[in-house]
Ligand binder design. Structure first.
Ligand SMILES: [Zn+2]
Ligand SMILES: [Zn+2]
Ligand SMILES: [Zn+2]
Length: 306
C-alpha cells in the first residue's frame, strides 16, 4: 500500500507504520519526524461532540483571559492558561506531542505553554507585530461559487505570509529563552512551525478552490510524496503499557507506541559492519558513528528496504 513519505532527520529512516495523531514518530529511533496536517484534520472532524464542547469552554476561558489582561493581572492570566492547555490536551490527546510521555514532562510542558502565552499577551512589542497580519486579515476578500464560499488568492497570500512571519518572531521568544528549554526536547522548532502551518491549512483549505489549495500547500511545504515499504522486515510487538500491537522493523532502536506514546528502548549499541564490535550509543548520537574498536563509520539505523 502506498504511504506518505516522511524521512527521519536524525537516523535517515522512512516512516513505515500507520499513525493516528498528526505527529509522525520514527519507527526506528522514536524521534519526532514530521507533522501530517490531514491527520490533524481527521482528529477534529471525527470528534464533533468534543470539538463543539471545546468551542464552548474556549469561549468562556477567552472571556476570563481578556478580563485578566484588562486588569493587568499576569498571575491570574497564567494560571488560567495552564487550565486551558490542560483541558485542551485532555480533550484532544492526539494533539499532545508524543515526546510528552511522562507526567513530569507533561507538567513542564503545560507550564511552559502557559508562561509563553502570558509573556506574549503582556508584551506590547508582540502586539505591535500583530498589526500587519491583522490588517491583511481584515483585507481578506471572499466570493461565492457553486453555493460555496471561497477566499481570493490575491488577498489570502499576503495574510499567510504575515502569519508565518509572526510565528517565526514568536518562536524567537520561545526557543532562544533558556527557561523554555523543554521545548527543544518536546517540540523542536522546525516541527512546531510545521504544526502551526498545518493548523492553518486545516482552517483555510476548505476556502480555497482545488488549484489554489495545491498552490497553498506548495507554498507552505505541505505537499507529500508517496512510496511503498511493503517488503520491510520486522515483527509485531505489544506495548507493555496499553497492549496495543504494532509492527516494529528490524534494527529499530526504540519502539514508541502509536496509541499511548510509551517509549520502549530496544537497542543501546551499534554493531560494527566491519569487525562486529558493539559501540554504545550516547544520548546525542548522530546518523553515523565510528566504531570504538576499528574506527569504521557505521550508520546507526540500517533500514532493510526491498
Ligand atoms: Zn529515526
Ligand atoms: Zn501503548
Ligand atoms: Zn569495528
Amino acid at each position: 500500500m502506498p504511504v506518505k513519505k516522511f524521512i527521519c532527520k536524525r537516523c535517515g529512516a522512512p516512516k513505515i507504520n500507520a499513525y493516528h495523531s498528526p505527529y509522525i514518530v520514527c519507527d526506528f529511533c522514536s524521534s519526532l519526524v514530521d507533522v501530517d496536517y490531514t491527520s490533524g484534520y481527521k482528529v477534529w472532524t471525527n470528534n464533533k461532540q468534543t470539538a463543539a464542547e471545546y468551542e464552548k469552554v474556549k469561549h468562556k476561558i477567552e472571556a476570563q483571559l481578556n478580563q485578566f489582561l484588562k486588569d493587568k493581572n499576569p498571575e491570574a492570566y497564567e494560571s488560567t492558561q495552564s487550565t486551558y492547555w490542560d483541558y485542551y490536551y485532555k480533550a484532544f490527546p492526539q494533539y499532545l506531542p508524543p515526546t510528552v510521555n511522562t507526567p513530569e514532562i507533561y507538567t513542564k510542558y503545560i507550564e511552559a505553554a502557559a508562561r509563553m502565552s502570558t509573556d506574549y499577551a503582556f508584551n506590547p512589542e508582540f502586539k505591535s507585530r500583530e498589526s500587519a497580519y491583522q490588517a491583511a486579515y481584515s483585507n481578506l476578500k471572499y466570493y461565492s461559487k457553486d453555493g460555496r464560499s471561497y477566499v481570493t488568492w490575491e488577498s489570502f497570500e499576503p495574510m499567510i505570509k504575515h502569519y508565518i512571519q509572526l510565528i517565526h518572531d514568536s518562536f524567537r521568544a520561545c526557543y532562544d529563552d533558556p527557561q523554555f528549554d523543554i521545548m527543544h526536547l518536546v517540540l523542536p522548532e522546525d516541527i512546531h512551525l510545521k504544526l502551526k502551518i498545518s493548523q492553518l491549512a486545516q482552517i483555510w483549505i476548505p476556502y480555497l478552490e482545488e488549484e489554489k489549495a495545491a498552490q497553498f500547500l506548495e507554498l507552505v511545504s505541505l505537499k507529500y510524496e508517496y512510496t511503498d515499504y511493503a517488503s520491510l522486515k520486522g515483527e509485531t510487538k505489544t506495548c507493555s503499557n496499553c497492549s496495543h500491537e504494532q509492527f516494529v522493523p528490524d534494527n529499530a532502536l526504540n519502539f514508541t507506541c502509536e496509541q499511548c506514546n510509551r517509549l520502549t528502548p530496544l537497542k543501546h549499541s551499534v554493531s560494527c559492519s566491519s569487525c562486529g564490535n558493539e559501540t554504545a550509543l550516547t544520548p546525542d548520537w548522530q546518523e553515523t558513528i565510528n566504531c570504538s574498536s576499528c574506527g569504521t563509520s557505521n550508520r546507526v539505523i540500517v533500514p532493510l528496504f526491498g
